[in-house]
Structures are given as structure tokens and as C-alpha cells.
Design a protein around this ligand. Structure first.
Ligand code: CUA
Length: 158
């Protein structure tokens, strides 16, 4: 079978590109162990209520010895629990969130607080609220019929 020389060149060029792309994926992922930056910590989403960090009586705001604050939340259709929380302004607030069911997203407008909450993983994000006020915490990943009602209220106090 005759292949036009120019066509042959393009064939080799495209195959070489595929090899480069696959090679770079394998090299970075397996050889160098480089992955997208994320907080990878797993949790059994079906057993959150049975005990451990995300049991119902452990949720909410806890002050730390260094003056920062930790907020433990569970996301589930259709709310973030607890529904209301109070955190200080001007101090680091670390949110730790687990989903009890499907994929949710969390977003606090006018802050850098935003992450996906993937079932099976603990989402963690730290932010500082610069000034006191009422902030909504919204779900920004479509999670079902009640998605648009999924939100909690954050009161930032001075
Ligand atoms: Cu949860 Cu949308």
C-alpha cells in the first residue's frame, strides 16, 4: 500500500504527539508522583453518623489553642449542618467538611472559601473573614431538587 510521503510525515508527527502526551502523564503521575493539589483524606460517607469527627455531637465551631478556629460540617441533601455558626473575624478559620450522600460544593460569597465536597473525602479549606457580618454558605454543585435551598448562615463576630 502506498502512503503519500507528506501524509506519512503527519502520521508520524501525530503519533509522536500522542506518545509525548501519554509519556508526560505517566512520567508525572507514576514516576514523579505529582498530582493536582488537593486535600486528600478519605472518610466513609455512609458511616459519618456512627462516630468519629463527623458525628452529630462533634459538629460545629471549636476554638483552637493558637487562636484559630476549626469548623466541622456535614453536607447532605439539602443543607450544611449545623445550619448556623458563629466565627471570629480576622482569625484563621479552617473548615472541614464531609458529604453524607452526593457531590456538593461549598461557597461563601466575598471570601476565598470555596471547594467541592466529594463523597468519601474530607474537604478542608482555611480562610480569614476580614470583617464582621452575616455571610451565607451556599451549595454550588447541583445536587438534586433541593439544591437551591441548600445553605447555612455564618455570623462573623468582631
Ligand atoms: Cu448540595 Cu447543591
Amino acid at each position: 500500500m502506498h502512503i503519500n510521503p507528506l501524509e506519512k510525515k503527519w502520521l508520524f508527527a501525530s503519533l509522536a504527539l500522542v506518545a509525548v502526551f501519554l509519556g508526560s502523564i505517566f512520567y508525572t503521575a507514576f514516576e514523579r508522583n505529582i498530582h493536582p493539589p488537593s486535600h486528600v483524606e478519605t472518610v466513609d460517607s455512609a458511616k459519618l453518623h456512627l462516630g468519629g469527627e463527623f458525628a452529630e455531637d462533634k459538629l460545629g465551631v471549636v476554638g483552637q489553642a493558637d487562636g484559630s478556629v476549626r469548623v466541622t460540617l456535614v453536607a447532605g441533601r439539602y443543607g450544611f449542618y449545623p445550619r448556623q455558626m458563629s466565627v471570629p473575624a480576622g482569625r484563621p478559620v479552617t473548615f472541614r467538611i464531609a458529604s453524607m450522600d452526593v457531590l456538593h460544593g461549598v461557597h461563601v460569597p466575598m471570601t476565598n472559601m470555596g471547594t467541592m465536597v466529594v463523597p468519601g473525602y474530607v474537604a478542608q479549606v482555611t480562610t480569614v473573614f476580614p470583617k464582621p457580618g452575616e455571610y451565607p454558605m451556599l451549595c454550588n454543585e447541583y445536587c438534586g431538587m433541593g439544591h437551591d435551598h441548600m445553605w447555612s448562615r455564618i455570623t462573623v463576630v468582631a
